[in-house]
Design a protein around this ligand. Structure first.
Ligand code: AVJ
Length: 314
């Protein structure tokens, strides 16, 4: 199946379900990745500066925990612009450690920019980028047998429901050998108002990020969404740490998708669920690690304890 066919099938499944939904993985076409760059620059969006701080100030400490005895690779899933990761890589390049950086991202534009940036800032870095979704790359990586540090940063794991977290971690395990490491970014539970503001910004950038899903369906699948007839709603539940985001149909309406020749009816105020962004406690993280056969090496947190990059090993 081509990526377009998979997209068409997933959209059809999601829009014909009793509770309509679109997977947040579809946010990241080239335009959506661009809007996400804008989100990361918003003063309300704390995860980016927090993780930047962790990788800048604690990069040395993270590196010291790695016990590789031959050249290794650092494989980054969902690399994005790589600016945060660069803080960690810089430390290794400065120490003339022998390693290769393997960034993987679904946006070819993001990978091109990242590669150019890395070359400009870290000329000594060995980099072999891959464009595509993580899972098609995993088998290749497993077969290589090169000692690995896997990076899954930015709090992307927050987008996964509990059962999906387990299968994702099982996939990571499959491409790891004993002695390999996984460094995962988890957004931590904190003052609920702080979380709320990060996902419901006053300028409507997060709204544009969500509305782009509808534009994307229009562009790629010949959808007939009138995007001004949808609003955005986001809700944080501090009891379970879940931010859930939605598009809201402002009027009763029908939408046609040419690619699949399907029609979808929306009631007034009907929701399309677009994203889960789960905030964790440290003890939940420990439980998730243990339940999936990982040993926690250390949690590296920013000074406000808003975010953690958690280092695990097999
Ligand atoms: C890229 C998944 C970490 O959940 O915080 C930002 C995406 N969504 N604002 C997050 C996002 C709304 C982001 N992650």
């Amino acid at each position: 199946m081509t990526d377009l066919q998979t997209f068409a099938r997933d959209i059809h499944k999601g829009l014909s379900a009793p509770q309509k939904h679109i997977s947040s993985k579809y946010f990241y076409d080239d335009i959506g990745s661009g809007i996400f760059q804008d989100i990361m620059k918003m003063p309300e969006y704390y995860p980016t500066p927090c993780e930047f701080e962790i990788l800048s100030l604690q990069g040395e400490n993270i590196i010291q925990k790695l016990a590789f005895n031959k050249p290794f690779q650092i494989v980054e899933f969902g690399a994005g612009d790589g600016i945060k990761t660069r803080q960690l890589l810089k430390k290794l390049v400065e120490r003339q450690v022998d390693f290769t950086y393997v960034p993987i991202d679904i946006s070819s534009k993001a990978i091109e920019e990242l590669t150019a940036n890395m070359h400009a800032h870290l000329p000594g870095l060995k980099i072999s980028p891959m464009i595509g979704n993580y899972f098609s790359m995993m088998e290749e990586l497993a077969a290589s047998g090169v000692p690995s540090l896997l990076l899954f940063l930015g709090g992307n794991i927050g987008n996964y429901e509990a059962h999906e977290v387990n299968s994702l971690l099982a996939d990571f395990r499959k491409c790891m050998n004993p002695g390999d490491y996984l460094l995962t970014g988890f957004d931590l539970q904190k003052n609920p108002a702080t979380v709320r503001c990060a996902y419901d910004d006053p300028k409507g950038i997060t709204k544009a990020f969500n509305i782009n899903l509808l534009h994307r369906i229009n562009r790629e699948l010949g959808g007939s969404f009138k995007t001004n007839q949808f609003d955005f709603y986001s809700h944080y539940n501090p009891v379970n740490g879940e931010v859930r985001s939605y598009l809201v149909s402002l009027v009763p309406q029908k939408v046609h998708v040419r690619h699949t020749d399907k029609c979808y009816d929306f009631d007034r105020n009907e929701l399309i669920w677009t994203e889960l962004s789960k905030k964790y406690t440290l003890s939940e993280i420990e439980e998730v690690a243990a339940a999936n056969g990982f040993r926690v090496v250390e949690h590296f947190q920013d000074c406000k304890a808003y975010f953690t990059d958690s280092l695990w090993t097999l």
